[in-house]
Design a protein around this ligand. Sequence first.
Ligand code: HMG
Length: 387
Amino acid sequence: MKVGIDLIHFATADYYLGLDTFAAEKNIDVDKFYIGIGQEKMSIAPPDEDIVSLAAKAAGPILDQIDPNEITAVLFATETGVDQSKSAGVFLHGLLNLSKRCRVIEFKHACYAGAAALQMATTMIRANPKEKVLVIASDIAKYDVDTSGEATQGCGAVAMLVTESPRIMVIEPGSGYFTDDVMDFWRPNHRTTALVDGKYSTKVYLNSLKQTWDHFTDQTGKTFADIDYFCYHIPFTKMSEKAHQTLAKKAGVKLTPEEFEAQTLPGQIYNRLIGNSYTASLFISFISLLDNLNENIENKRVSFFSYGSGCVAEFFTGVMQTGYQSALMTAEHKAKIAVRKPLSYTEYLNFYHQTEMVSENIEFAQHNKGPYRLAGIENHKRYYQKS
Ligand code: HMG
């Protein structure tokens, strides 16, 4: 049975902070960001944007193309949870008015949860081909001001409709996975920002890639040469370049600069402009690849490396389907990035601090342009608006 991604769409916030503005404020050479970590802009969520409103914006254009009553499950991956008990997916389910005959659950393990939800969705459909599963990966990456992580913030959500006989990509059975109990990045329940041992985290990421590759090749018998394009979890684009160098070296492959660029660059373009979006970032890289390649990649194989700090990682592959181009939403994606408004450093700090001043009763000023927004909190209950 062929199971995989039938439709895929992403959303990000309406605002960004340029790393040129950031560098000027901090008195740092901007090339540290443009070249050193390979980032240009960070999407910044205003106080009336959260993972649920981002997820609704990502899913809306998919639901417009199908009968929403056909959705049998919502698997919502995030590490920016809005409630310790109620899953973000149920807020989304209400906002999108989905059928009550639907299962909804939240998935968590740092940036890995999106890949876990996708794999779970494929398993559900292999068990019952009538299922149509909406997989969501939605996150807002936030670090303390004046820490090394501050330049690697961002936000975004990806919605994927996972079905039998998908139009875009079949996810192939067989993958390599790896877990190790390490403290490279974490966010205890009492904190709104992540803590990170930055340099160590990059080492653990690369080690996890090597471990998952070994397991993947053992499991599937596939080699580096069997893969045409490589998508990585992208906390910042330089990390994915280091990952690809590491993988090529491990596989004993020497790539020309042109081959290296062709295999990785199209999958970095959106991430360079959005920043880290944790669970969503790997799939934004996939969308970036699809939207920015000039050639037809029908029947080509794409690999995915998902890394979630702490750490859990997985390496898996998919094959592009004939006619996939007609299912893409390239124009919408490009418009979402182009319409964002730049923030000054002071405006960014205002948004940053306002999102922390959440209380049991609050009405948010409208910054989020819609079509979905977090309108306020009343008696500790979040309420959303659809425009
Ligand atoms: P830092 O101390 O700000 O930067 O930390 P640096 O001094 O290491 O410089 C970074 C690079 O820029 C270096 O290159 C410099 O040489 C270069 P490298 O040695 O790495 O090749 N550089 C310059 N290049 C050109 N012109 C210049 C210049 N100046 C310096 N003028 C760090 C960087 C990544 C550690 C920091 O940003 C950080 O802590 N980020 C957050 C953690 C992170 O993203 N880790 C990635 C792996 S873990 C992961 O991906 C999981 C995660 O997404 C969370 C989850 O799973 O939920 C984070």
